[in-house]
Design a protein. Structure first.
Length: 795
């Protein structure tokens, strides 16, 4: 009687395999871990056809039944051989026919009909590869698996070993197999079935998958992703005793996406993925024509895919995986088409990239991140020495992370949507570094979370996951999304502040300040009253210390180095190097020069960014002066978006204003005093920037008030937005209240300015009509949440 291969499982008689991790470690030993069969959906015609062809290859090349072959290559783990069959004799016979069998089964996936879904073809490919590896290992000629699958196996095993779990024993538990003699099953199960092991396994496992994005073909990505998903589903079922079917949700998604591809392009999703990954397409398919069709319509397919997810009926704990798969598909298509409106694949590995910053700045990541069992929550170290080392390098650490965000298109906006705010993190760590003794005093108490603290953390994690689901199912706009997210964070701060009754009150107070600083900066603008009621004043938030080491020569000469860019594009150097009292009345020159600059600003900024990035310490040196490159670019965008209004402002500003001259004179005198104080007393960066930013905001207020008396409201609105965009991050974080009062849509006079004024599309990200955040950006939340959950658990 013929059996079928489902779209998620391969049936070999008595048991089924939900794609196996199948790595031959040495000849004659095959490690294939099977998961007990789950109830199946009826196989598709495509899968039935493969099943028949696969079985026929063994029948035609030796007269073997597939069940017997599978028992042979799995050393009996799938079921015993019939009593009348000698294992050694059968193995010799099969190995004699191995070449014919391999030649028969190898091309089957590539011969699959075009109507087969991508996931079906991927599973066919995985089945063939697993069998080839099994036969090779049995016959003393191991077949090396693709680097993608090999590294996944190695990476996941490393995850288990870090938790002191023996990988072989873990997989045998999943397969409900008998453990080796002397190994207590209940003891092993208790070791793997707990919240800490689960969180670590999920975080580590998804991290492994993320790092493999560049090594895996689309088919291999499906295999790896489905393997991890099914394995975690089986793990959950083993620990809870409840049958889990994680594949059904993904199967529905894959089927829906293929339908979207057919509807939008009249092309199967499998063919699309082959074309965008530069693989050879099926016979008769023109790769260039296919790519052109896909690139012209892929936004429609994206909308269709979002509807598939919204109507998938997936459980909350499943939908994030589906969102991540959707994001991976759309990122691949967008990248192939040269579209930069959604984040690139760099976002999928951002957690790993952040981790690399520790070694780059001379910190041991294990001391501060992977310390949950020894000193849970020891964010800046478990002792005074480690904490002092961390705090001395935290500026370099966060600068490295900021660089990673800047180099990843769309990462800032996407991470912000998940609540990840690197400036908030830096502020929060500054709270701990400012009071290391109090931090250490509370460490032991906070290292063992109370039941109430776990309730608080679990509630926040659940709220964020639910919010992600609602965004897809209810299509929340950005304002609604961020409002609900901020409310969730605020509720967590309130909840957590009451969750540590047995800890030192001073330590609890420090922790509360820390939690308050973790609230994303956007929330400080939209939920100011709520935050002020539960948090200390946010007007003087600590920022990173700048290491007082010798400034590199290139940083000392950074201004002259940047001149090469200005000369290349015929730009006045004073125009693009920002300081507090810089005369910005005709910032881009006359209207003709402004038009030329706006058309070439992309190349100019790229040149400036390259010079700054090539010099360690350049960014810090410019910051002391008040210049931040990304802020400059945002400010220029404001002007270039409405040159008509800029021309109008030139007429108003050309006559000067005595009040403004007084502002400049006062500020210059104070800057001289501050600079002298900084040199004489060797001020820390915290103290310097606290005074510097206060001075900057005072000057801005004076400058704007002076012009309000002589210039129309729309001109003042543009100038206000322009000046606000120029403000560097240090000052935004230190002067939250003042920023809120001076820099907002009302002071920008957006209601009376022409539509389209107020910045380029890049500066509008976050608005309701922004295509950059209403598309695949939100889908990447599923990838980022694992990182945030790990961070939240650590904190």
């Amino acid at each position: 009687m013929s059996r079928s291969v489902s779209d998620k499982e391969v049936n070999f008689g008595k048991e089924s395999i939900i794609h196996s991790i199948h790595i031959a470690k040495k000849p004659q030993k095959v490690l294939i871990y099977t998961v007990q069969a789950q109830p199946q959906t009826p196989p598709s015609p495509c899968v039935q056809q493969f099943d028949g062809a696969f079985r026929k290859c063994f029948q035609d090349n030796g007269g073997y039944q597939l069940e017997i072959i599978f028992s042979l290559v799995t050393n009996g783990s799938s079921g015993p051989l019939p009593p009348n069959i000698n294992r050694q004799s059968l193995a010799q016979a099969v190995c004699g026919n191995r070449q014919k069998i391999s030649g028969c089964i190898s091309p089957l996936p590539s011969q699959a009909p075009q109507q087969c879904q991508q996931v079906e073809v991927a599973m066919m490919d995985g089945t063939v590869r697993s069998m080839l590896q099994g036969l090779g290992s049995m016959c003393g000629d191991p077949v090396q698996p693709p680097i993608c699958l090999k590294n996944f196996d190695t990476g996941f095993r490393d995850c288990l070993q870090k938790m002191n779990i023996v990988p072989e024993q873990f997989f045998m538990l999943l397969a409900n197999q008998t453990l080796p003699q002397g190994v207590n099953r209940d003891q092993v199960k208790s070791m793997v079935c707990n919240d800490q092991a689960k969180n670590t396994m999920i975080s580590c496992g998804t991290g492994v998958v993320s790092k493999l994005q560049q090594q895996c073909t689309p088919q291999e990505q499906v295999i790896v992703g489905t393997t991890l998903q099914n394995m975690l589903g089986a793990y959950e079922g083993m620990c809870t005793g409840k049958v889990v079917q994680p594949g059904q949700c993904m199967a529905h998604f894959e089927s829906g996406m293929d339908a979207c591809a057919q509807k939008t392009f009249n092309i199967p999703m499998q063919t699309i993925m082959m074309v965008i990954s530069n693989q050879k397409p099926p016979p008769g398919i023109d790769a260039e024509a296919t790519k052109k069709t896909v690139c012209s319509k892929w936004k429609s397919a994206e909308e269709c895919g979002k509807n598939v997810i919204a109507n998938s009926g997936c459980a909350r704990n499943q939908i994030l995986g589906v969102e991540a798969a959707f994001a991976s598909i759309m990122i691949g298509i967008a990248t192939s088409c040269g579209d930069t409106s959604i984040p690139g694949t760099c976002l999928l590995t951002i957690q790993h990239d952040f981790g690399s910053c520790f070694s780059k700045v001379g910190l041991d990541q294990k001391t501060y991140v992977n310390n949950r069992t020894e000193s849970a929550g020891a964010l800046i170290g478990a002792n005074k020495q480690d904490a002092e080392v961390y705090c001395s390098k935290k500026h370099d650490l966060f600068t490295c992370m900021q660089d990673i965000l800047h180099k990843c298109p769309g990462a800032d906006q996407t991470m912000a949507m998940t609540g990840f705010d690197i400036h908030a993190m830096e502020r929060a760590v500054g709270i701990l570094c400012n009071d290391i003794d109090e931090y250490l005093e509370g460490l032991n108490c906070f290292g063992t979370p109370t039941d109430q603290a776990m309730v608080c953390m679990n509630k926040m994690t659940s709220d964020i996951t639910t919010l992600s689901t609602q965004q897809l199912t209810q299509k929340l706009d950005m304002d609604a999304f961020l409002s609900d997210f901020c409310s969730s964070r605020i509720r967590h701060v309130i909840c957590d502040s009451k969750a540590w009754p047995s800890c030192n009150p001073k330590a609890v107070d420090l922790k509360n300040k820390f939690e308050c600083q973790l609230i994303p900066s956007k929330c400080l603008k939209t939920h100011a009253d709520e935050i002020s009621g539960i948090c200390p004043s946010t007007e003087t938030m600590p920022i990173a210390d700048i290491d007082q080491k010798t400034v590199p020569d290139c940083a000392k000469d950074i201004l002259s180095s940047l001149n090469s860019c200005f000369q290349q594009y015929n730009v006045d150097p004073d125009m693009f190097l920002i300081n507090i009292t810089h005369d910005r009345r005709n910032f881009l020159g006359d209207i003709g020069k402004a038009q030329n600059l706006c058309s070439s600003k992309g190349q100019l900024f790229q040149c400036m960014r390259g010079v700054i990035a090539g010099c360690t310490g350049a960014r810090d040196a410019l910051a002391y002066w008040g210049h931040q490159q990304s802020a400059l670019e945002a400010g220029v965008d404001v002007i270039c978006s409405d040159l008509t209004l800029y021309g109008k402002s030139l007429q108003c500003f050309q006559n000067g204003n005595p009040a403004i001259q007084q502002c400049v004179s006062t500020t210059q005198n104070k800057m001289i005093q501050l600079t002298k104080n900084q040199i004489d007393n060797k001020l820390s960066s915290d103290k310097y920037f606290r005074d510097f930013c206060q001075l900057r905001m005072d000057h801005l207020s004076c400058d704007l008030n002076g012009w309000k008396a002589t210039c129309p409201q729309d001109v003042i609105g543009m100038k206000t937005e322009f000046e606000c965009k120029l403000i560097q991050d240090q000052c935004r974080n230190l002067q939250v209240g003042t920023m809120k009062n001076i820099c907002n849509d009302q002071t920008y006079a957006k209601n009376i300015r022409q539509p389209g004024s107020g910045g380029s599309s890049a500066s509008k990200i976050g608005s309701n009509d922004s295509t950059a955040v209403t598309g695949s950006v939100l889908s990447v939340i599923g990838v980022v949440v694992s990182f945030l959950s790990a961070l939240a658990a650590l904190l």
